[in-house]
Design a protein around this ligand. Sequence first.
Ligand code: ADP
Ligand code: MG
Length: 478
Amino acid sequence: MDWEAVIGLEIHAQLATRSKLFSGASTAYGAPPNTQACAVDLGLPGVLPVLNRGAVLMAIKFAAAIDAELGRRSVFARKNYFYPDLPKGYQISQFELPIVGRGQVVITLEDGSSRIVGVTRAHLEEDAGKSLHDQFPDSTGIDLNRAGTPLLEIVSEPDMRSAREAVAYARKIHSLVQYLGICDGNMQEGSFRCDANVSVRPQGESELGTRTELKNINSFRFLERAINHEVERQIEILEDGGRIVQETRLYDADRDETRSMRSKEEANDYRYFPDPDLLPVRIDDERIERMRATLPELPEQKRRRYIEELGLSDYNAELLSASRDIADYFEAALAEAEDLSVQLANWILGDVTGALNKSDLGFADCPVRPTQLAGLLQRIADETISGKIAKTVFEAMWNGEGDADAIIEARGLKQITDSGAIEALIDEVIAANPAQVEQFRAGKEKVLGFFVGQVMKQTQGKANPGQVNQLLREKLKG
Ligand code: ADP
Ligand code: MG
């Protein structure tokens, strides 16, 4: 039997506000434990939460970016459960009336095809504190610095059909929140977290199968692996005649496996009810319009513009618009070399990306600045240097030797285009290799490569390859 995987994601994006969702304490990451938890975050008796306007505005931005219905009236609710890192005994979240309603995003897969994934809702909630299990030999520490940090929980429809699609969707949301400037997207620090809901069903079946929820996934690579594992596990159970138990499973990256954390039977009844300490949030049209006007160009719009106006391939356009860092780099370079969009795209996605990966750097920290790259490509375009020599110049720029022109000058890399000089060299090479000349004249065209190689060697790669080819052909034909 053929099986189909069904996946829905719940993404928690920490909003990039300076203070918490309901208190004035700082949200900065990495402070010593419990130095950024005030009376409100500690849940001391008598305190009252005050809603952070910035977090609301960020949620409105997100709604506008995914074309979502905005909850004109949204309500905060208490989600009650007991856990040591939740001092109040409840989390303030949203339940029946979330701030962001139904929306959608377009994902693009590696083969260039696109799909629409529905977003069911996104709601504001406060983060919990952290339990530290590795600090003391026989007790657990509690750090409440994170308690009260604003989260936007983004819930998708069960619209994805493979781990790849789920990753493409997660990446899209990841890039979107960073474009919008509402989340720093740092997965290591937990600013962007994904839970995956996974079920399988026979191909062609329209009812959903029983799902499990995978938690604790902190990279896109693990997300893909965890989902693939879970799909296989479920198929195996069903093929053996068993049934899937609805449960939460934890992904263990070290062992590359998931294991059961709690089953539906043990699941909490959260006893949601509207928080009496907080008023409903009302948002008027004017506010929404003002927010819409502040939206930057989004990845999808960029992608389309790169294809339609700059003539890039679908795939390159997708890669260059995928993160704000790479798009900013590309556009800064393009501003200096307007007619070289295709060449810039190829260099940025090829040599530049390669060098950055090797040094574990991002585009924002690239030692070769966009204007320098543009300068280099201009020298290829005007035939001052060949594409091959350009790689040497790029390396020198990377090592801080200055701009392309300075390096070309200092190292004497200027291409030889004086046809007299090249012709003289070609004559020498032809005279020195009579056997190969015979072969060429007998119809063995491949020998041309040998001659080109010889001329390039003599000029240390500085001869213009097109010119060398053309002159060689003429002379060899005799
Ligand atoms: P809960 O209230 O338990 O969080 P929801 O109905 O809100 O459950 O769904 C949570 C997530 O699980 C959503 O992203 C949804 O798309 C996904 N989901 C629901 N049912 C299934 C299923 N059968 N298979 C895969 N994903 C599912
Ligand atoms: Mg949920």
